[in-house]
Design a protein around this ligand. Structure first.
Ligand code: PLP
Length: 361
């Protein structure tokens, strides 16, 4: 592939962006206190609510997901937070919580394993915590945590708030936020939403919003009360990335054209296809029964250099990911999220087969 040509993205963010979405980002800006802006804001918020199956508050952030991870803990923890860790991104949330000066404890399982409801129950039985953080889809290991069971367990404990990072599952996997009683569900847009990076969004429950009024020193930019004051006027507190909002509106319309259930099914089919291929040729890194529908992490049992595979595939116009952090050479990851289609997955898998044959020849 020559410099300047675009490789198709099969990495777990940023993901492939459709041309129609890209084009809308170059629309002429509008004033963020105008009526036209409020119409844009309202359409986006309604679309997000529909996608997340929620009637609760929705806030938009001109930031990546990490900003809203910080916002979530800063607005809600009044006593102590339990951070459940099963990989790099759930560990990051613990680091974020700690670095905000919020009392917290890590509960960690081995990479590749999921968080079990029993682990959550044991932690909450100590009565020390009023908030827990969970990463729904641990992008570093390809593990999908059992969110429904975890939520059910957490709700046995009154007043424990459930904060969920849905960064690499939102808009790809069905999660019914209100039914599960998720207090904060957050994501950035460069993964399942399939937009360029630089924007994020979250839903906030009544309980989480109430907690926010009891917490002090949460800063200004990410204060839920401030965000809400402006959201009531269909605005954001500060100047947002309007190009992202145009793109999100276009993408929401495209998502509803496809149909939410069709979209979720497509992701499951793509994941099944990749898993089948990976089981035949390698081994899945994720614990059986907890494999993600948006990113597959493959144990490199054939012991070739992952960096060699990545470089050769890039030459052919495909970008996949190596392992994350300490798993860099041990695993590689294929993302099947956002606007990627099953035919493109088949094309990619053929290219990987051909490349591995070259490597092992
Ligand atoms: N959480 C998960 C599960 C992720 O996969 C990522 C990024 O890959 C993040 C959090 C951080 O997101 P961002 O880079 O948008 O801040």
């Amino acid at each position: 592939m020559n410099r300047g040509q675009r490789a198709k993205l099969f990495i777990p963010g940023p993901t492939h962006v459709h041309d129609e979405v890209l084009r809308t980002m170059s629309e002429y800006p509008i004033g963020h206190r105008s009526e036209e802006f409020s119409e844009l804001f309202d359409e986006i918020v309604q679309g997000i609510r529909k996608t997340l199956f929620t009637d609760s508050r929705v806030y938009l952030g001109t930031c990546s997901a990490t900003g809203l991870m910080e916002a979530a803990v800063r607005n809600t923890v009044t006593r102590r937070c339990a951070n459940f860790i099963c990989g790099a991104f759930s560990k990051r949330w613990h680091e974020i919580t700690r670095s905000c000066g919020i009392p917290c404890d890590p509960f960690e399982v081995d990479p590749g394993c999921s968080i079990k409801p029993e682990t959550v129950r044991n932690a909450l039985e100590s009565n020390r915590y009023d908030t827990i953080t969970i990463v729904h889809n641990e992008t570093s290991t390809g593990v999908a945590n059992p969110l429904e069971e975890i939520a059910e367990t957490a709700h046995h404990f009154d007043d424990v708030l459930l904060l969920v990072d849905m960064v690499s599952s939102m808009a790809s996997v069905k999660v019914e936020v209100d039914k599960l009683g998720i207090d904060v569900a957050l994501a950035s847009v460069q993964k399942g939403w399939a937009l360029p990076p630089g924007f994020a969004l979250c839903s906030v429950s009544e309980r989480a919003f109430d907690a926010s009024s009891r917490v002090s020193n949460k800063g200004y930019y990410f204060d839920f009360r401030v965000m809400d004051e402006f959201a009531r006027k269909s605005q954001t507190p500060t100047t947002p990335s309007i190009p992202h909002m145009y793109a999100l509106r276009t993408q929401l319309r495209r998502i509803f054209d496809e149909g939410l259930e069709n979209r979720f099914r497509r992701h499951n089919l793509m994941a099944e296809r990749v898993r089948q291929w990976a089981r035949k040729n390698f081994r899945l890194f994720a614990e059986k029964g907890f494999e993600s529908d948006t990113v597959t992490c493959i144990d490199n049992t054939r012991k070739f250099e992952v960096s060699d595979l990545l470089a050769r595939l890039l030459e052919k116009g495909y970008l996949i990911s190596g392992g994350y952090g300490p798993l860099k050479e041990r695993t590689f990851r294929i993302a099947h999220m956002g606007d990627i289609q099953l035919t493109e997955i088949d094309e990619l898998l053929d290219a990987i087969d051909e490349t591995i044959e070259e490597i092992e020849r």
